[in-house]
Design a protein around this ligand. Structure first.
Ligand code: HEM
Length: 501
């Protein structure tokens, strides 16, 4: 209930509202992070956007995000109910769940397998999969984007389901991409009117305005198969005594009773948690890996400085491994700058405020949808001067160490508070080893497209909830005969033959 004192306080400022429909017609339908940024420049970093049925708060600065989403996380950790996600049948995913005990239990299980220390167990897989990408790049550099896409996908599939068979792997990757496509398209604020005006979901798919139902009909079977296919195969393999140890198999063992049976409820939980990891890891991490490739091609001096560091620390006779990463400070700064320069989850995942709140004299109503404009925070010129330029040096002090007085983009790019990305350690680990390995052996340039025209690259991302680079470099070649030799030797190593993608 609103106390009378809260009621008297003004709502935060925002674009002018119209009677009844509020800001419905002003609401941006493409790249909302840009319109939100412009509104913030005009009205401030706590914006109120008035929509019928659900008020929206947009946070435009890291400070406000820390004050509210981090420091008041007990009330800012809900998720707004999504009609579209219900229509496609995604509510088994704890990413979407309200802040309640079911979410808490599942998030805790997830954490057991994806905390910083747990993720160290997956380094071997991540390194092998990175090496596979290096080899494929040599064989068919024109398919570089596909190989990069496979890297987080096949790493997470091996970690979660233990699968190594090429046919399975291809199908699982396909399912994860298509399954997540539903969320990418539906979760951009403003993408579907049904999300803003819930009654629209009842419009049959063949009527104008029935886009939501048509969308659901297409994606529902894919989302279901994404959750169940790989998991059922793990269960079957376990029953036959052939399972490769994996997150799914360990979770099953954890939750089954002494007779080896899973209750229906436990089965749902384990299935859901496994699919959350599998479904969220690939696209987000792929988009950042691609952004890195674009940055390296656009900023050759940065690329050379990264390579000089690798020459110094790793040298020409071997590939980098996880033990090198702490010494590769410039490569780390490149990773930080990649996450900042091209944020791949530009407006985060919306939170919901579960109680009335007061901030700097404004009343923020209970039930508000709270959007963190991550893109704007990472392009805030006060924290990051000349934000459109890719410059890893901004994170280094005069001794070449990471300058802790500069705001760390990792604390923004992965979201906030209790809802902060649950896979951030997995993502950072795979990104870091991938970036070091690529730089060590390859030279990346814009190159020419299939018709022989020079490629023009841009830092602009696609207009989706997970935003990928719009362009991709075409010239990816070994940077020396030594480097090429190192890649060729991978094929001869024992591990390689096993790894099928
Ligand atoms: C560069 C890669 C990634 C980026 C930029 C990213 C970013 C994000 C962001 C912004 C959120 C929303 C946080 C919030 O609500 O404030 C999120 C949530 C989440 N991410 Fe990631 N993520 C990445 C990779 C991953 C990976 C690899 C996994 C799984 C292994 C993962 C699993 C999750 C999960 C489970 C949530 C939901 C947490 C919850 O609702 O409690 N993410 N991520």
């Amino acid at each position: 209930k609103w106390s009378s004192s809260k009621r008297q306080l003004p709502l935060p400022p925002g674009p002018r509202r119209k009677w009844f429909i509020g800001n419905l017609l002003d609401f941006p339908t493409t790249r909302p992070w840009l319109a939100f940024r412009d509104w913030s420049n005009e009205h401030g970093n706590l914006l109120f956007i008035d929509l019928p049925f659900r008020p929206i708060i947009v946070i435009g600065s890291a400070k406000v995000a820390n004050d509210l989403l981090d420091n008041r996380s007990t009330i800012y950790s809900g998720r707004p109910y999504s009609v579209m996600m219900e229509l496609v049948g995604s509510y088994w995913s704890f990413v979407l769940m309200p802040y309640n005990s079911i979410w808490r239990t599942q998030r805790r299980y997830f954490h057991d397998y994806f905390s910083r220390s747990a993720v160290q167990d997956y380094q071997t897989i991540q390194l092998q999969e990175t090496h596979t990408v290096l080899v494929r790049m040599l064989e068919s550099p024109e398919q570089a984007q596909k190989w990069i896409r496979n890297l987080p996908g096949s790493s997470i599939i091996r970690v979660v389901y233990g699968a190594r068979n090429a046919t399975q792997m291809r199908h699982y990757i396909y399912l994860a991409e298509r399954g997540l496509e539903a969320a990418r398209k539906a979760l951009v604020p403003g993408a579907f009117l049904a999300e803003l005006i819930p009654i629209m979901k009842h419009i049959p798919s063949w009527l104008p305005g029935g886009a939501a139902r048509r969308f659901a009909a297409e994606y529902r079977p894919i989302v279901a198969e994404m959750r169940d296919r790989a998991f059922d195969e793990v269960k079957e393999a376990m029953a036959n005594g052939k399972a490769v140890p994996s997150v799914a198999s360990r979770l099953i063992e954890d939750l089954q009773d002494e007779a080896g049976n899973l209750t229906e409820e436990a089965d749902e939980i384990v299935r859901g948690i496994s699919a959350v990891a599998y479904g969220t890891a690939a696209d987000t991490t792929t988009a950042s890996s691609e952004a890195f490739m674009v940055a390296m091609a656009m900023y050759p001096d940065v690329q050379r400085r990264g390579q000089a560091e690798l020459d110094r620390i790793v040298g020409p006779s071997r590939l980098p491994d996880f033990n090198d990463l702490d010494s590769l400070v410039y490569v780390r700064a490149i990773m930080m700058e990649t996450l900042r320069w091209m944020p791949t989850v530009p407006v985060g995942v919306a939170h919901q405020l579960d109680e009335d709140d007061i901030y700097e004299g404004y009343h923020i109503p209970k039930g508000s949808v709270v959007i963190a404009n991550i893109w704007a925070m990472l392009h805030d010129p006060d924290d990051y001067p000349e934000p459109d330029i890719f410059r890893p040096e901004r994170f280094l002090d005069k001794h070449g160490n990471i300058d802790t007085s500069v705001r760390d983009p990792i604390n923004i790019a992965f979201g906030f508070g209790r809802r902060v990305c649950a896979g951030n350690e997995f993502a950072l680990s795979v990104l870091n080893i991938f970036m070091a390995s690529m730089l060590h052996v390859y030279e990346i340039k814009p190159g020419v497209d299939v018709s022989g025209q020079p490629v023009t690259l841009t830092s602009e991302g696609s207009d989706e909830a997970i935003s990928s680079p719009m362009t991709f470099p075409r010239h990816i070649k070994p940077r020396s005969p030594h480097a090429e030799q190192l890649v060729r030797e991978i094929v001869l190593s024992e591990d390689f033959a096993d790894v099928a993608t």
